[in-house]
Design a protein around this ligand. Sequence first.
Ligand SMILES: [Zn+2]
Length: 441
Amino acid sequence: MQTFLIKDSTLVPMVRSHEFFKADLLIVNGRIHSIGHQLKAPKEAIEIDATDCLTLPGFIQGHIHLVQSLLRHQADDLELLDWLKERTWPYEACLDSEDVHAAAQLGIAELLLGGTTTICDYGTTHSHEAVFKAVADMGIRYIGGKTMMNQGELVPKRLLESTENSLRETYDLGKKWHRHKDLISYAVTPRFAVSCSSDLMKQAAQIARENNWYLQTHSNENKSEIELVRKMTGLSNIDFLESVGFCGEDTILAHCVHVTESELSSLKKNKTRICHCPGSNLKLASGIADIPRFLDEGLRVLLGADGAPCNNRLSVFHEMTLTATLHKVKFGPQAMSAWKTLSLVTREGAEALRLDSEIGTLEVGKKADIVIMKRNSVSLYPSGDPASQIVYGAHPQDVNHVFIDGIPQVMDGELLSNSLHEILKEAERSWNHVEMRMKKR
Ligand SMILES: [Zn+2]
């Protein structure tokens, strides 16, 4: 493995708020070897001049749908259930494994170029090998799995699975890909209570626990979905999830926009993780989750861009700006500071995923998941507090270099593993095929 010396940067280690200082950082064997002034590097070290740059831990997003990337700009102005039935499910039903690969590559390219180094991701019900191949190829840190669905009104036949097949495929994928290159962790991923029977949910939770894999699903996203779950199960979303063995430190629930007091107590009791997706929640008119309240109650919260067709970008900067601004309306101007917001996509995000011994801060011994940002965009002038700059003023284009596990994946704003030009061409070609198939349905 190559050795890198990042010279003269302003380090924002995210070990504690308001801490930043000028220093060098040395990467050896994929880990942060040392941090200090005028570090001596071995002869073979590649030196990166980072004067006037900010160096941070790689950003973590807790809820993404790589597979939906080709449907970007094709599903606007709909509420959740219509968005699923009219656009997203028909789209997923028309994907073949080449399309899934093209969509995953497009999503990963956008995430890496924008400084996101770890994601929790949902596939569709089929062809998930293609996502893992793109992930392994492009080197993003990945927690995710195929989506599971065995029931639901207006679910296209192609997406409906038998309980047995859904569980077997999940098990086989997890056994094959969990811990691949130490970058991939499997997450058992039933889509949501509406499209999964309680039997499937129960067995899904069991498989996750037996293998020490993550569990993730959508919950309490919008009022119609909550009503539907109550009609189908007689329970609230969180009560239902608890009844089938979900919830706990290993479970990440996306959204939790509308949560009752008793659901909140149950989330707290079980230490269930929440992923806040403000961009998606606003665009689908789902509502605004009470994140400052959740944090006050001690819940672990991640941020996520969700999918390209419901956002329509996978920018961690967009989600940070929304998180830091949106909640001020209800909770006051100090509800979500820039430093607090930045910690959700770094240190606290890593803690939520129980990966904080390896990633989430810049500390000696940790894995070198690192983002180096330029400070020459107009909106970053004049220089000031780095968290304020990043949360309120920065864009994905300000990301210059990205390391994951000490391997450079973006250098000088260019993707290294694949040609971006080819990825974009493939995405366009795949979308044309998928659109044709969708029209024929
Ligand atoms: Zn989602």
